[in-house]
Design a protein around this ligand. Structure first.
Ligand SMILES: Nc1nc2c(c(=O)[nH]1)N[C@H]1C(S)=C(S)[C@@H](COP(=O)(O)O)O[C@H]1N2
Ligand SMILES: [Mo]
Length: 203
C-alpha cells in the first residue's frame, strides 16, 4: 500500500472548532469501500455477538429490529479528509445490543466483523458510549453501498471505524488490529488528534 505522507492543507471554510483539523466539509456522502461490495440478503442476515460475553447470541433481522430503536445525529469524518456534518442515523445503540449478552468483566475491546471480511477494533468504552448500529440514514434505509441493512457508526472516530455490513460483534480482553489497522492506519483514529495513518505521521 502506498504511504500517504502528504496530507493536503484544508482551507478555512468558516466552521471554526466544529470541524477537526485537516478536514474539508462536503454536503455529499461519498462511498468509501475497499474491495467488492458484499451482497447481503436480509432474509438470511444475522448478527452474532460473541467472545467475552455471558451468553453468546445470534439475532436474525426480526429479532434485531425488536430491540429499542433510537435516532443519532452526528458529524462524520473520513480519514481521506472529507467531513459530512449533521448526519441522522436510526437504529440501535450498540450498548443495547450488548446488554442482551452481558459483557464479561474481562472484556475491554470490541472487534466489529462484516460481510466481506472487513473488520475494525474499538475500545469497549467508546463502543458502549457511542457505538450505534444504523439501519436508516436521513430517514431512509441506508443505501446498499453504505452498508445496508446494518452498519456501525462511531462518530468520534474516523469513518473507517464505522464498519458497513456488520454481522458480528466480538468482545475481547486484549486489543487486536482490524482490517485497516493492520495495514498502516492508526489504531485509535481520533480525528481531533489527526490519528490518520502510520502513527509516526500523526501531527
Ligand atoms: N465493511 C466496510 N466498512 C467500511 C469500509 C469498507 O471498506 N468496508 N470503509 C470505511 C471507510 S474508510 C469510511 S470513510 C466509511 C464510509 O462510509 P460510506 O461508504 O457509507 O460513506 O465506511 C467505513 N466502513
Ligand atoms: Mo474513510
Amino acid at each position: 500500500m502506498k504511504r500517504p505522507d502528504q496530507i493536503k492543507t484544508a482551507p478555512d471554510q468558516g466552521y471554526g472548532e466544529r470541524v477537526p483539523p485537516g478536514q474539508f466539509v462536503t454536503t455529499k456522502f461519498p462511498v468509501l469501500t475497499y474491495g467488492p461490495e458484499p451482497k447481503v440478503d436480509i432474509n438470511t442476515w444475522t448478527i452474532r455477538v460473541f467472545g467475552l460475553v455471558e451468553q453468546e447470541i445470534t439475532l436474525d433481522w426480526q429479532q434485531f429490529a425488536a430491540l429499542p430503536w433510537q435516532v443519532l445525529n452526528a458529524d462524520f469524518h473520513c480519514v481521506t479528509q472529507w467531513s459530512a456534518l449533521d448526519q441522522t442515523w436510526e437504529g440501535v445503540a450498540l450498548s443495547d445490543l450488548l446488554e442482551q449478552v452481558g459483557v464479561a468483566p474481562e472484556a475491554r475491546f470490541v472487534m466489529a466483523h462484516c460481510f466481506g471480511d472487513y473488520s475494525t477494533n474499538l475500545p469497549l468504552e467508546i463502543a458502549l458510549d457511542e457505538g450505534f448500529l444504523a439501519h436508516k440514514q436521513a430517514g431512509q434505509p441506508i443505501g446498499k453501498s453504505h452498508g445496508w441493512p446494518l452498519r456501525l457508526v462511531v462518530p468520534s472516530l474516523y469513518g473507517w471505524k464505522s464498519a458497513k455490513w456488520v454481522n458480528g460483534i466480538e468482545l475481547m480482553a486484549e486489543d487486536s488490529p482490524g482490517f485497516w489497522e493492520q495495514r498502516g492506519y492508526h489504531n485509535n483514529g481520533d480525528p481531533w488528534k489527526e490519528e490518520r495513518f502510520w502513527p509516526e505521521l500523526s501531527r
